[in-house]
Design a protein around this ligand. Sequence first.
Ligand code: OGA
Ligand code: NI
Length: 377
Amino acid sequence: MQTLPSHGEPITGSGPHYDRAKEAKEFDETKAGVKGLVDSGVAKVPRLFIHPLENLHDLSPDTDGPATGLEVPIIDMMGYRDSRRRDVVNDLCRASETWGFFQIINHGVPVDAMDGMLEAVKKFHEQPEGMKREWYSRDDAKKFRYYSNGDLFRSKAATWKDTIWFDFSRGVLDPEAVPLLCREPVFEYERHIEKLKISLSELLSEALGLDSDYLGDIECMKSKRMAGHYYPICPEPELTIGTINHSDASFLTLLLQNHHGGLQVRHQNQWIDVSPVPGAILANIGNFMQLVSNDKFKSVEHRVLARRARPRVSVACFLLPGEMQKSYGPIKELLDENNPPVYREISFTDYFGYYLSSGNGLSGESVLPHFRVSESK
Ligand code: OGA
Ligand code: NI
């Protein structure tokens, strides 16, 4: 793998002597991911992974970032079924309107199930290459697969992470399709997440001022897809990034992270570090929730820094519609003459197609504005 002779140059992954497509193909064919590069002892970030300066200028990967005094809200679900329901609904509403991102505690998912899931993801990625290779695939039809950089052949620069993917979206995931190493922990975690999802669906319905069954009835979060990310240690974290700034296409994302940090959320024009809170599950409003809530709830940008010190492990569970072809638009009950629909109706399939082709996740620009009523005329 070709590396750069020196750092700090204004690099964009192109140039007369650089064949990016060839490097990407060679990297992909190793089927060993970024972890494989690190295991082979790379001391420099290969050029394929070096980001243009516009993505790098405001990173501070080895510090805890500027002390902004701001923290992602923590929502305590204790008592949400009875005595504290109204408080929890209010807290969720405020957090969804302002931050679009929150940490949930006392959510009912046992710590053992969370730790087991994170450990399974870590173990998968830290296996010898020979054990992982057979699972490496870019075939979307596979219910379980392992890959590095889903957008490797489209992005300007690759990111410093590998992923395993569990697709619970079309019916039940066959346990046989999942490597033995992850099987028990992922099904155990999924079972608990399903319960939490139902509770959050009711609470968020109420936070929108709707009947508690509303979001459940429209099946907007019926499917789950999970990404088990592994961010290996990085020799030059100032030249690359773990996950580029993006907002999620989902309705809601539930995110587990290990204790090493690296996640940042965009709030009031600043990048805010999300400090790991023991036992917490993070949640963030996705683009589709912003759309159906007619901009009441905000889907915000986030990113993950590459780090020199320790690997980061995370599990993102994307909650998506049961029927990908079904159209969703702003919820009628939320609209009146003072609050006309901001967005037109669109199916998740069509939205996601546009999301991928226009490069959200690559450039960070939200694609939601494209579906605004005024833009569609
Ligand atoms: C994602 C994401 C953050 C993380 O998968 O969409 O934002 O911590 N992940 O891995
Ligand atoms: Ni995300």
